[in-house]
Design a protein around this ligand. Structure first.
Ligand SMILES: [Zn+2]
Length: 538
């Protein structure tokens, strides 16, 4: 039998075996017993607290032919097949957030369930839906077919439009207590013959930070060591997993010390650890940071940026090259206005602190010196970034326009074929740096001279645009025709598309690109990504 990860294997089969969230369970069971179902539910709360498990159990129970006191019978057809049921539809809004997907859903929802009472749509990370997708969704939520139930799950309830909130029955999932997590770890360890000490189970629960799924992923990793799990083993295996380490990453980010971050990531990679766990840790840390800033703590990070950063990191979840994507995304969020914030920090809080905490004058001077250096470096970097960004933005506008000039389906088909060959070739080369840029691109518009791509992550789109020259050359070698690339974020594309439809009769006129002299910088960044021999071709 194929190995099944613990959290899937021990996914609860009914509400009795679901750990934590007792209040929510009780209300849901009562509503099933009293046949008082709502058409839409909203489950909000931190990652790994049982939102999706609860949604699935709820779907299973309401479709069971003979439920007993709100507990599915596990005997009937619906129960036995609920894992593959065509009537329980799971959608990940992080990767299906466009209006087209929601329109498909709307059409599909009108069709009666295949063999169950209800068609249940579980939409995960629902806050990622685009504005137009929400509008489309609202229409079906206003008049839902009788046989349809929606369960929306989100980690960020504040991003859900009020018009949606008011139409859902809402449940707020809490972090699961360490005791409950520990109890589950010990129970599963016993069943799986995994030896674990009590204080190791305590420590695991602490690391999991209220998330059962994280706890079981940790246990999974550790069980592969084939030795008794002790606290020492945990520390040794998950050196990076404590909050301190994530804190380190952010400290280095604020100091622009990319080498130090690379080192942390490389160690992580060497240990072959679960990247998704790292992503959750970083995201949880970001949420914590946001709250601290809102409560008045000084930080060089801006809450708006942090919000976007968390959103973009969710895109990395379950991706094969997630670690690389995380790097790209994190680096693009290195604070730009470091100087201003740092001087503020020093002048106010630190000086005051120095009185009470007795930090000596020298330490303060030393810190100021380092910070001044940072500020200078930052200014130079900032100027470079700004001029580079201007260039790219300018080019972006031109290429965006040009991709609409004589664009056609035929061009798109022709390009698609070659693009597939290109991607396969790159996969063969196993160049993760390039793959992470090109793998999840959507081809939106193709003209004889230009291609317009979109990507979920604005950071990846930006990075792609910094590398178009090299990518075009590589592509040209395979396809034997030259064509210009540009990439915009999915949300930008959504806007552009609307604009295009609204101005259907507009004539697009080709704009020449400005001639650009090659700077050593472009070549340097190319060397980072490609091997040198490509550069020589020029
Ligand atoms: Zn049943």
């Amino acid at each position: 039998m194929a190995y099944k990860v613990l959290y899937r294997k021990y996914r609860p089969q009914d509400f009795n075996s679901l750990y934590g969230q007792d209040n929510i369970k009780k209300i849901l069971i009562d509503s099933i017993i009293n046949d008082k179902l709502s058409h839409a539910y909203l489950f909000s709360g931190p990652r790994g607290t049982g939102k999706t498990s609860t949604a699935k159990l709820f779907a299973k129970t309401i479709n069971c032919e003979n439920p007993i006191n709100g507990i599915p019978c596990n005997e009937c057809n619906a129960c036995k097949n609920y894992d593959q049921s065509p009537d329980i539809i799971e959608i990940d809004a992080a990767s299906n957030n466009g209006v087209d997907e929601i329109r498909d859903l709307r059409d599909n929802a009108k069709i009666l369930p295949t063999y169950s009472k209800y068609k249940v749509y579980i939409i995960d990370e629902v806050h990622m839906l685009s504005q137009s997708a929400w509008n489309a969704f609202l229409k079906i939520l206003e008049e839902p077919p009788k046989h349809v139930i929606f369960i929306l799950a989100t980690t960020e309830i504040q991003k859900i439009p009020i018009t949606i909130l008011s139409r859902c029955q809402r449940f707020s999932f809490q972090r699961i207590s360490n005791d409950i997590i520990k109890e589950n770890i010990l129970r599963i360890s016993k069943e799986e013959n995994i030896k674990i000490t009590a204080d190791a189970a305590d420590y695991l629960a602490l690391l999991a930070d209220g998330g059962m799924r994280d706890a079981l992923s940790l246990l999974d990793q550790l069980s592969k060591e084939n030795q008794e799990i002790s606290k020492d083993l945990i520390v040794e295996t998950f050196g990076i997993l404590t909050e301190n380490d994530v804190e380190e990453i952010f400290k280095y980010l604020s100091q622009r010390d990319i080498n130090a971050i690379e080192k942390i990531f490389n160690e992580y990679l060497k240990k072959g650890l679960d990247i998704n766990l790292l992503i959750s840790k970083i995201i949880n840390y970001i949420y914590k940071l946001e709250i601290e800033i809102i409560n008045g703590k000084k930080s060089i990070f801006i809450t708006e940026d942090l919000k976007h950063l968390a959103e973009e990191l969710i895109v990395c979840y379950n991706k094969a090259d997630a670690l690389n994507l995380i790097k790209i995304i994190l680096y693009s969020y290195i604070p730009q206005n470091i100087s201003q914030n740092i001087s503020q920090n020093i002048s106010q809080s630190e000086l005051e602190e120095s009185k009470s905490e007795n930090i000596s004058r020298e330490i303060i001077d030393e810190r100021n010196k380092t910070n001044n250096k940072l500020i200078q470096n930052n200014e130079v970097q900032k100027q470079k970034n700004i001029s580079n960004m201007d260039k790219i933005n300018n080019l972006k506008q031109i290429r965006l326009n040009n991709s609409f000039v004589n664009a056609s389906k035929n061009e798109k088909e022709k390009f698609k074929k070659n693009w597939e060959i290109f991607i396969n070739k790159e996969i063969g080369k196993n160049n993760i740096e390039i793959l992470s840029l090109i793998e999840d691109l959507n081809i939106e518009v193709v003209s004889p001279t230009n291609v317009l791509f979109s990507h979920k992550s604005p950071s990846v789109a930006l990075l792609f645009n910094e590398q178009t020259n090299n990518l075009e050359q590589e592509f040209n070698k395979i396809a034997n025709y030259s064509i210009r690339f540009i990439c915009i974020s999915s949300s930008e594309w959504e806007e552009k598309r609307k604009e295009f439809i609204a101005n259907k009769n507009r004539k697009y006129i080709y704009i020449e690109e400005p001639k650009e002299e090659k700077t050593s910088e472009v070549i340097n960044s190319a060397i980072d990504i490609f091997d040198e021999k490509i550069i020589e071709i020029n």
